[in-house]
Ligand binder design. Structure first.
Ligand code: MSP
Length: 659
């Protein structure tokens, strides 16, 4: 039976780079919410997708030497792409929209035309700064020190013909929406929007561009492409069938119940989006929730800052469920959180390994040990419950209500806190009832012991149901271990104490959440991150060849000679330098210092014939004289410098000139 419908969305992601754990944060939260609503009996539509147009993608594709469509196809559909990542993270989306999908393109053209026809989109002039060599328009604020942010050259004042949306016309209605309804949450974001954007005066928005082509063409005015945010925001409705025949779910699912979005795009969702819907005469979404960022080292994760955390590495090491759980358990959804590997491991160890994992393994082990795997009939009730029995039962059966109150407000951290309070209470109950002491006299205490274990299993079941939206796979395993069939993994049963059959037959299984050795795991993660970084670098890099000619005479002045290594030692107090004593054919030993200790041990080199330039002016290093320089070949492999001394055939006599 359905409780009604629920439509929830994530932002659609820019496929300009691989996604990182910060992107996964919002999608995991949306997934937990969608699964929770399904559990409650709602008919859910969970939409996600990719926002594939714009100059940035056009530029990246050019850099990669492919077409923009080929470029986005690879990041969306290719190995370790967006869809792969959502599969890995167990994201249960119902629909995936790509803004390059044909139906979306046509629908956006129709939407644009409608707003044009109703007078809300008009043609004007976009005034800005122009970089001639780059053929790019910039706003004043995009400039870097007054210059083109791409090439650093001077820009000039310029004008471009463009279409504008009458955003200013809707300022009053949008302000009213923000201030007098609960359209935007958390409330703190309302003040930010009203004070920073609406009160200073909303200007009309430039909604077409002519300086690049990778966008949806304005069909009635060739040369113009639709501004990427207009294209992107309407995805929430075109994916349901707005102005297209590919889908037919608008009546059922629109207006959306909630758009989850990161805080930096709240402005687009809470000002521009409602204004355009007002212009189109369409119903507004019920809510926009602006969540915080997952930071790393105190800053927002981003490719350009080089502080992105790879979800594949974490999921492989700790499991997808532990990672999903960590993100929503540790940080309040509305605020920023600082990601660290230490915090992740600590959360897994404390909540999952110690509290939940132990509760399951101790309880199922005791049922096995004391009752041969199945509890005796009738153990679900006890005539004279003690205070701890009553408290545990009361806390577990009322948990669903407390959890629901938090989930309905998107307070995942608090909802999980409620569940873990009950799990901790259950562990304390084990200590209070001391089953191992009861087991010493089974004849006298066996029935009581069975009741204690039943209470623990039933508490675990209720917590398991409520944790399912966060850790779907692990909870499936947990139910199998405690002997809870499908019928009692439901929302209804989570509020009904005693749903578990008193003859439940738990099976102690694999450890659901193994404890993690912090030091070892940190080392492994660091090594994996380093390896991933290296793998992302080109396999081999060569120094670019000299751009300038050197005249032949100058070249001929360089005196290269074969030199034979007579002795070689480390230079004291230097990690880099080796000191060579060389036979250069003159009869007098030559001393050369060379910074190659990282690549060679001195004893490897004695007896070898090398090449040196011998007419460089003498230099002193670490108090020692160096008369010349040994020649080596250098290149980089996966970002690591490699060096090989130039060695020549032993048949070449010391002192032979190279020319
Ligand atoms: N394409 C737009 C959204 C259009 S929706 C009509 C966009 N894409 S994005 O790929 O740059 O970002 C997608 C979402 O990921 C945003 O909500 C953004 O806030 C979120 N995050 C990106 N990095 C993040 C963190 N480090 N932490 C949390 N969320 C982050 O914006």
């Amino acid at each position: 039976m359905s409780n009604g419908k629920f439509y929830i969305t994530t932002p659609i992601y820019y496929p300009s780079d691989r996604l990182h754990i910060g992107h996964a944060y919002c999608t995991v939260a949306t997934d937990a919410m969608a699964r929770y609503k399904r559990l409650c009996g709602y008919d859910v539509m969970f939409l996600t997708g990719t926002d594939e147009h714009g100059m940035k993608i056009e530029d990246k594709a050019k850099e990669a030497g492919v077409t923009p469509k080929q470029f986005v196809d690879n990041i969306v559909e290719g190995p370790r792409g967006v869809k792969d990542l959502w599969k890995l993270m167990n994201i249960s989306y119902d629909r995936f929209i790509r803004t390059t999908d044909d139906y979306h393109v046509t629908a956006i053209q129709r939407v644009f035309k409608k707003m044009h026809d109703n007078g809300d989109i008009y043609k004007g002039t976009y005034k800005g700064k122009y970089c001639k060599p780059c053929e790019s328009f910039w706003t004043e604020s995009q400039l870097k020190d007054g210059k083109c942010p791409d090439c650093g050259r001077d820009v000039v004042d310029a004008e471009e013909e463009a279409y504008f949306f009458r955003l200013s016309k809707y300022a009053g209605r949008v302000q009213d929406l923000l201030e007098n309804t609960d359209f935007l949450e958390p409330r703190s974001r309302v003040n930010e929007m009203v004070n920073n954007f609406i009160k200073p005066g909303l200007e009309d928005l430039c909604v077409s561009r002519t300086s690049f082509t990778w966008g949806i063409p304005v069909d009635f005015d060739p040369g113009h492409v639709v501004y990427v945010w207009v294209d992107a925001l309407f995805n929430y409705m075109t994916a349901l069938g707005l102005e297209n025949d590919a889908h037919h779910d608008l009546d059922k699912f629109w207006p959306a119940d909630v758009h989850f979005v990161g805080k930096e795009i709240v402005r687009f969702h809470s000002i521009i989006w409602p204004a355009m819907l007002m212009s189109m005469g369409l119903p507004l979404p019920k809510k926009v929730y602006g969540h915080g960022w997952l930071n790393f080292g105190g800053e927002k994760m981003s490719k350009s800052r080089g502080n992105v955390v790879d979800p594949y590495i974490l999921a492989e090491r700790f499991g997808v469920d532990a990672l999903r759980f960590f993100m929503l358990r540790t940080f309040p959804f509305g605020s920023d959180g600082n990601f660290t590997n230490e915090l992740l491991i600590q959360t897994i160890n404390t909540d999952l390994a110690n509290d939940l994992g132990n509760l399951v393994s101790r309880t199922t082990a005791m049922v096995g040990k004391y009752f041969g795997g199945a509890l005796p009939a009738g153990c679900g009730t006890w005539a004279e419950p003690i205070a701890a029995d009553i408290e545990l039962k009361e806390r577990a059966s009322s948990l669903r209500d407390r959890y629901e109150a938090q989930m309905e407000r998107f307070q995942f951290q608090n909802a999980l806190e409620e569940v873990f309070k009950v799990i901790q209470r259950a562990n304390k109950y084990i200590d209070e009832t001391a089953p191992w002491a009861l087991a010493k006299d089974m004849a006298a205490n066996g029935a009581r012991l069975a009741h204690v274990l039943y209470n623990l299993l039933e508490t675990t079941r209720i917590c398991g149901v409520l944790l399912t939206p966060f850790m779907p796979d692990s909870m499936g395993k947990l139910f199998a271990q405690i002997g809870a069939p499908e019928a009692i993994r439901t929302w209804d049963s989570a509020a009904v104490w005693g749903s578990l059959a008193d003859t439940a037959a738990p099976q102690k299984g694999e450890n659901l959440f193994p404890r993690i050795d912090m030091d070892e795991a940190i080392k492994e993660l660091d090594a994996a991150a380093e390896a991933a970084k290296k793998a992302a670098l080109p396999a081999m890099e060569l120094e670019p060849q000299a751009a300038e000619y050197v005249d032949f005479e100058t070249f001929c002045k360089s005196d290269f000679r074969a030199v034979k290594v007579k002795a070689c030692t480390h230079v004291k107090k230097s990690d880099k330098l080796l000191c060579f004593t060389l036979d250069d054919g003159t009869g007098t030993d030559r001393q050369i210092l060379s910074g190659i200790a990282k690549w060679y041990e001195p004893e490897q080199l004695v007896g070898k014939t090398l090449v040196a330039i011998v007419n460089l002016p003498p230099r002193k290093m670490m108090g020692l004289a160096s008369n010349g320089m040994l020649i080596s070949a250098v290149h980089k492999e996966h970002g690591e410098e490699k060096l090989n001394l130039l060695m020549v055939d032993d048949a070449i006599p010391a002192g032979a000139k190279m020319c």
